[in-house]
Design a protein around this ligand. Structure first.
Ligand code: F6P
Length: 361
């Protein structure tokens, strides 16, 4: 009988997930003779036994396709699962045992979990219930300590750079301060890399609370010279000294807080103290959509191959990682132990400071 393995994509989607699915299916089927089952909508599909067969023909043409053909969810934690009744009342229950039972009933020996820190942490917990998992790291936030790059991050930076380049010309035409709010949750990787690549005058990141007086002083200086416009890149998780995170929705038992509004908040602070004309652009989910970059396609493909190899060798509880150009694997508990964040004393910040970019600290 052919060995059957499963794959799911969890958390927020990103470009490159389909490339990873494709690589897993091709390598598992062609090299190992495994049968691959797709679990739909992350762990929700495992709870509801919602699956799809994944023969090689199902993954043709997927390399450049954004999103995930399996669907995803960031509210499907089997240990804190939201169930909505007929009256639209939501209760949070533990369905992890049921998920483990379904895993066994589906005849799966090994599940590849493509996800960020939250999804990998759930996968690690599921191992205690007998679910044999191997992880592939993805998130546009690039905040997993285990790996230098996660699937989707590089594409998100490219999208942000393209958008900021476009803001430049309109900022210049109207002598405006253009604030661009980018995603990244509590890590400033997208903000730093996109801001530096697109020549922003100021970049504000979650790792350090910014001093708004410093930011305003820099903008005033610049506007007194021969330049009358500025580009400010703000991470959604950035906040002023003594201030709060800008959130659209608070965290609850089933999901993290939804960040958003940091750009508008900064705009109000600048407008309150200066005569400048300020506009805010929130890039939002545009950063997660569309075609993956060549780097992300290749990264996803290499991760997919590595994950299948780990499963074939019975090396469960490992996550594929990218280090120094090589694909390695690390223990899942290590991969989710700590968030990787921009170091305020690190080389990226030092380079930004060398260019005179205002970081607000
Ligand atoms: O983790 C990826 C991410 O895009 C974050 O950058 C952002 O804060 C969050 O997901 C948005 O989540 P949602 O898709 O639930 O709005």
């Amino acid at each position: 009988m052919r060995r059957r393995i499963g794959i799911l994509t969890g958390g927020g989607d990103c470009p490159g997930l389909n490339a990873a699915i494709r690589a897993v299916v091709k390598h598992a089927t062609i090299s190992h003779g495994f049968e691959v089952v797709g679990i739909c909508d992350a762990f929700k599909g495992l709870y509801e036994c919602d699956t799809m067969p994944l023969p090689v023909r199902a993954v043709r043409g997927l390399l450049d396709r954004g999103g995930t053909i399996l669907g995803s969810s960031n509210r499907a934690n089997p240990f804190a699962y939201p169930i909505v009744d007929a009256n639209n009342e939501e209760t949070v229950v533990d369905v992890s045992e049921k998920c483990a039972e379904n895993y066994r009933d589906l005849g799966i020996e090994g599940l590849i979990v493509v996800g960020g820190d939250g999804t990998q942490a759930i996968a690690h917990q599921m191992m205690a219930l007998g679910v044999e998992v191997v992880g592939i790291p993805k998130t546009i936030d690039n905040d997993l300590e285990a790996t230098e790059y996660t699937i989707g991050y590089q594409t998100a930076v490219n999208i942000a750079v393209d958008a900021i380049d476009r803001l430049h010309s309109t900022a210049e035409s109207h002598d405006r301060i253009m604030i661009c709010e980018v995603m990244g949750r509590y890590a400033g990787w997208i903000a730093m890399n996109a801001g530096m690549s697109a020549g922003a005058e100021a970049i504000l990141i979650p790792e350090v609370d910014y001093d708004v007086e410093k930011v305003i002083a820099t903008l005033r200086r610049r506007h007194k010279s021969d330049t009358s416009f500025s580009i400010v890149v703000v991470a959604e998780g950035a906040k002023p000294r003594g201030g709060e995170f800008s959130t659209r929705q608070q965290a609850d038992a089933t999901q993290q807080a939804r960040l958003g509004g940091a750009g508008d908040h900064l705009a109000r602070l600048i407008e309150a103290q200066t005569p400048f004309d300020v506009r805010t652009t929130v890039l939002g989910h545009v950063q997660r959509g569309g075609t993956p970059s060549a780097f992300d396609r290749l990264l996803a493909t290499r991760f997919g191959v590595a994950a299948v190899e780990l499963l074939a060798a019975g090396q469960y509880g490992r996550v594929a990682a990218y280090r120094g150009g090589e694909i390695v694997d690390v223990a899942m508990e290590q991969a989710v132990a700590k968030l990787k964040r921009v170091r305020p004393d690190g080389p990226l910040v030092t380079a930004a400071q060398a260019l005179g970019i205002e970081l607000g600290f």
